[in-house]
Design a protein around this ligand. Structure first.
Ligand SMILES: *Cc1c(COP(=O)(O)O)cnc(C)c1O
Length: 366
């Protein structure tokens, strides 16, 4: 039996009946945009992230784009300002900067955490640096308090790309509460996934929250009165309804991921496979379990022959993408090494003990 990389049917199945009931209510009510479900989700997710404000939006990329747009509208950022961003992130983080006419400055990540480290930021700071976009890649918040202190000392905005880190913690902080604002994605495969595209912004900043609330809805608070040049990026009622059903189980799901990760970390003993370095296993939410292998193609083929599906996050670094020719000449050896060697093992709250044992056995036999 093939172990799929991600079994979304099995992940979503427990919520099917409750969702069918809610769908029926939505049909009866006939209200599909910015209604009670979105309001409830915004309230509950803000509480989950321990912040006063959450704004539901269309997807994770829009969440990040709207954060920058709102800071520009507030006069805290302007065209041409530089934003430090990890060079190995998913392209969405960098697009959010570029689509606001801000300048992404790609910074090499730490090879152990795959995230930015304070040590690597200092040399990238110029007069134009105005913000840091930190990404909690694969589900881990790294150097959270140091990062916050660094940003505060230099009066930089600290923005979190928390699309892979719902519920991740570091010290006193939970993802979404560390910086000035955070963008979340509820893409179906994320730790908290919807049944389509969905996203949210969390923030402590009332003014920012107000701007984003207006920008996501055509620049309007009162129907047909437009204060700003806005967008249409609203969280749908139907997606919010599903997220409201799933949110109470997020902590438990993350815990189940941690149990799987704990077994991988203790039982995979193959010296050809570099395991992730995890500072605190109870703080990482393991959106992905990423290992490094020198001959990745061979490793993936061996696993597939043994009925285990793997994926790569991500195969091409952003600065080598066709869409990003401006960065083509950059030399980023850590980032390039990561993109050549990473492989993601199956990881989800619905893997059975037997499946986990099989994955461990096959990886150890490679
Ligand atoms: C998924 C993801 C996004 C984008 O989210 P979408 O909802 O797909 O737009 C942004 N950043 C990171 C790190 C992601 O993993």
């Amino acid at each position: 039996m093939m172990i799929p990389f991600l079994n979304l049917q099995k992940i979503n199945q427990p919520y099917e009946a409750a969702f069918a009931e809610k769908t029926k209510k939505l049909f009866d009510k006939g209200w599909f945009i910015l209604g009670d479900e979105v309001m409830q989700f915004e309230h509950d997710f803000a509480r989950f992230c321990r912040v006063p404000f959450c704004i539901g939006v269309g997807n994770g990329l829009d969440a990040l784009i709207l954060i920058f747009k709102a800071y520009i509208a507030l006069g805290k950022l302007q065209k041409g300002d530089e934003v430090l961003v990890p060079a190995n992130t998913y392209i969405a983080s960098i697009l959010a900067v570029i689509h606001n006419d801000l300048v992404p400055v790609l910074v090499e990540p730490d090879l152990d955490s795959y995230n930015l480290s304070v040590a690597s930021l200092e040399e990238k700071i110029t007069d134009k640096t105005k913000a840091i976009l930190m990404v909690h890649l694969y589900g881990q918040m790294s150097e959270a308090e140091d990062m916050l202190r660094f940003a505060r000392e230099r009066q930089l905005l600290l923005i979190e790309d928390a699309a892979q880190a719902h519920g991740a913690v570091s010290g006193d902080y939970i993802a979404g509460s560390l910086g000035d604002a955070a963008g979340f994605s509820f893409y179906p495969g994320k730790n908290l996934g919807a049944l389509g595209d969905a996203g949210a912004v969390t923030t402590h900043d009332a003014l920012l929250a107000e701007k984003i609330r207006i920008l996501r809805n055509y620049g309007s608070e009162i129907k047909y009165q437009n204060k700003l040049l806005g967008f249409n990026s609203r969280l749908d009622e139907i997606q919010a309804a599903f997220l409201n059903i799933r949110l109470p189980y997020l902590q438990e799901d993350n815990h189940l991921r941690q149990i799987v990760a704990h077994r991988f970390l203790t039982e995979i003993t193959n010296f050809k496979v570099t395991l992730p370095k995890v500072e605190n296993r109870a703080a990482h939410v393991f959106h992905l379990f990423v290992v490094r292998v020198a001959d990745r193609i061979d490793f993936q083929a061996f696993l597939l022959k043994n009925d285990i599906q793997t994926l790569i996050h991500y195969p091409i670094p952003p600065h080598h993408q066709k869409a990003m020719t401006a960065f083509r000449k950059l030399v980023l050896p850590v980032t390039e090494l990561i993109h050549q060697e990473v492989v993601s093992l199956p990881m989800s709250p619905v893997l059975t003990e037997e499946e986990v044992s099989r994955i461990i056995d096959v990886v150890n036999r490679y």
